[in-house]
Design a protein around this ligand. Structure first.
Ligand code: PYL
Length: 270
């Protein structure tokens, strides 16, 4: 999992309206709409839950420590979806205690290896990797106008890629997977009956619906972009060359946290 940088998070809270309008223009869905679809709940359920589920975001200092603007970015996304939310003054255990004392029903916290939302009342734990996968598949489904029986190439068979494969198969998509580690794609082939692609450059000539869950930069080049190419790119950094991005930017969804956090929240309110 790529560690986010403070620079990639600093503007999120001020740009959420613009981000949401761009998402609506590209996919026909808002951030809350995509998150609700990904969580399998009605958007009204998410909206109705917002009034009774205050959210605390707790900074965690373990490992490589706090990422500047991370907790504030998570809190601003949660607030944008309509939930009362706050970043605790304290961090770690004291922060968790503070959040509960201040009445939080849902808490968000992340160390170097795990980012979760926990619904304390329902004893629900939602992982960012699964939520990100489900959220980006929902965004791809909106971009594509449906994924049933459509050929989809998933790039990256890590935690997010695996969860995306599972979600895509449930939607009836015809899923192919590429990963530089062939052993990872073999596991998905056995578990989900996916097609295994062994040469990414060659595969990119044949697929128009892409879900990029890899941490590799510049793997998608201009010659891979067709008039009907659509891309949901949850990998960090964005895996497109500058020229490829300019060709497909209106049919591409990518962000560092928004869809993942919004989907975590929608999944945690169930
Ligand atoms: C959750 C993000 C998505 C991509 N990479 C993951 C990452 O950067 N994880 C590390 C998060 C550390 C947060 C730090 C803090 O500020 O509380 N412990």
């Amino acid at each position: 999992m790529t560690r986010l940088t403070s620079e990639s998070l600093v503007g999120i809270n001020k740009e959420l309206d613009e981000y949401n309008m761009e998402l609506l223009r590209k996919t026909g869905c808002t951030l809350r709409g995509i998150a609700s679809r990904a969580a399998g709940v009605a958007e009204t359920e998410v909206r109705d839950a917002s009034s009774s589920a205050p959210v605390a975001v707790i900074p965690i200092t373990s490992g490589e420590g706090i990422i500047g603007h991370f907790s504030q970015a998570v809190q601003s996304i949660v607030s944008y979806i309509g939930f009362a939310s706050f970043v605790t003054r304290e961090h770690d255990v004291a922060g968790l205690a503070e959040g509960i004392r201040e009445g939080a029903k849902i808490v968000f916290l992340a160390d170097d290896n795990c980012f979760v939302a926990m619904n304390l009342s329902h004893r629900l734990v939602v992982d960012n990797a699964e939520a990100t996968a489900r959220g980006y598949v929902a965004a791809l489904e909106c971009l594509a106008g449906g994924l049933y029986s459509r050929d989809v190439l998933v790039i990256g068979a890590g935690q997010v890629g695996r969860s995306a494969v599972c979600t895509l198969k449930k939607l009836g998509a015809k899923v192919a997977v590429f990963d530089i580690n062939q052993a990872k794609t073999e596991i998905l082939l056995r578990e989900y009956g996916v097609l295994k692609e062994e040469n990414l450059a060659e595969a990119l000539q044949r697929y128009a619906i892409l879900l990029d869950a890899s941490p590799a930069a510049e793997i998608i080049q201009a010659e891979h972009i067709k008039a009907n190419t659509i891309i949901a790119a949850c990998g960090i950094p964005l895996g497109l060359s500058t020229e490829a991005y300019s060709l497909v930017k209106d049919r591409l969804v990518h962000d560092p946290l928004q869809i993942g956090v919004a989907t975590m929240l929608a999944m945690a309110v169930k």
